[in-house]
Design a protein around this ligand. Structure first.
Ligand SMILES: Cc1ncc(COP(=O)(O)O)c(C=O)c1O
Length: 392
């Protein structure tokens, strides 16, 4: 039988963790596994700005006829000043298209790079697991280097060596901010060195921006990406609105290309459109239309930005409380205070992760990744005490 030729694939570890957590009857259980923002009350609500825009969309939308493979270009353009700044097209060198989530944008970026001849992609590890999965699925080679040092800082020397040592048909995949899973971002000085190395070597940058606004601020989180774009002739940017608009399941993303000149940009998009048509034809509309409505309305934009500010402030508070605790057993929590975004990696063993789950009802990925937003002022002291007990 044909289907007998298929071998079972490893189940998604985080989904298995969700199931375990849901089945756990202990009321004090703490979920640090799932990668979504949570409020102090432990919920992931729809943004008020999104609700208001959805009401408007429901009242105003007069057709659900097909759009093209590029999706809602009003959405794509409205986002650009937030990502790229005061000159959002860099003099006509940047354009974009809508994608099914940031995942669709990463997939399209890598597939287009492959079509343009890229065979090998340099990337700091650990990274978001889907980066390696997409590369493997496309048959592209991953050239890994260590993203972080043991002291909780970014190993920028490893990245610079990878960029300088890369061959002509090679690219480097960078996280714009809020590195998943480590939370360890490059400093402004490091981004300047990265931009200079990219400009000098000609290594092609692919920048994944999935968490703008969740680290230090909307502008601050885009500074590294903008430094790179100011220095290099060409780049790809994969963007997700699923975290910073809280639209996870609506799959809202965009793929941007910066090219050397307008002719090259047009040709690149004709190829990106062809890849999109063959993969998903066109992206889902709803979430992108919602973002467009928000970003074209100054009041809704202000409301959305205030909601992003509140998310970020809460995560910074949790990080400050972890850092203030100093140590939990052998684990130094101080670096978590200056790291960014939803995630941090704790240097715990798989056995300690299992012990935290079994003895303390604390759920985290086997890698030691925790979701910072799973912690609250109520459960944080218990988390630190359990960690100290387990990682003595
Ligand atoms: C680094 C990174 N890139 C891209 C994505 C994709 O986001 P989505 O497809 O949900 O928009 C994620 C989501 O977890 C991520 O962590």
């Amino acid at each position: 039988m044909m289907l007998d030729r298929l071998t079972p694939q490893a189940p998604d570890a985080l989904l298995a963790l969700i199931r375990l957590h849901n089945a756990d009857p202990r009321p004090e259980k703490i979920d640090l596994g799932v990668g979504v923002y949570r409020t102090e009350e432990g919920t992931t609500p729809v943004f008020a700005a999104v609700k208001a825009a959805e009401a408007q969309l429901l009242a105003e939308q007069d057709s659900k006829s097909y759009l093209g493979p590029e999706g809602d270009m009003g959405f794509v353009h409205a986002l650009m000043p937030h990502i790229f700044g005061a000159d959002p097209t860099m003099g006509g060198r940047i354009s974009g298209m809508q994608t099914p989530g940031g995942t669709g944008a990463v997939r399209l970026a890598l597939a287009l790079a492959q079509k343009a001849g890229v065979r090998r992609v340099h990337m700091g590890v650990p990274s978001w697991p889907n980066h390696a999965q997409i590369l493997a699925d496309l048959g592209m080679e991953l050239a890994p280097f260590d993203h972080a040092r043991a002291d909780g800082s970014a190993d920028v020397d490893a990245l610079l060596a990878a960029i300088r040592g890369a061959g002509p048909n090679e690219a480097v995949l960078l996280h714009a901010c809020c590195h998943n899973p480590t939370g360890i971002d490059y400093t402004a000085d490091q981004w300047a060195a990265i931009a200079a190395a990219l400009a000098e070597s000609g290594t092609f940058p692919i920048i994944d921006a999935a968490y703008q606004g969740l680290g230090q601020g909307m502008e601050e989180d885009a500074a590294g990406l903008r430094a790179v774009l100011a220095a290099v002739p060409e780049a790809f940017i994969a963007y997700s609105c699923d975290k910073n608009f809280g639209q996870y399941r609506d799959r809202v993303g965009a793929f941007y290309i910066m090219a050397g000149e307008p002719g090259a940009l047009e040709t690149a998009f004709s190829n990106a459109n062809a890849l999109a048509r063959a993969a998903w034809s066109m992206p889902p509309d709803h979430g992108g239309a919602v973002v467009r409505i928000i970003l074209r309305d100054p009041d809704l934009t202000a409301q959305w930005l205030a909601e992003v500010d509140a998310m970020r402030a809460r995560m910074r508070e949790v990080r400050a409380a972890l850092a203030a605790a100093g140590r939990a057993g052998r684990i130094d929590l101080a670096p978590l205070g200056s790291q960014n975004g939803l995630f941090a990696m704790l240097p715990v063993t798989k056995e300690e992760v299992a012990q935290l789950r079994e003895e303390h009802a604390i759920y985290m990925a086997a890698s030691g990744r925790i979701n910072i937003a799973g912690l609250t002022s109520t459960n944080l002291p218990r988390f630190i005490a359990a960690l100290a007990a387990v990682a003595a």
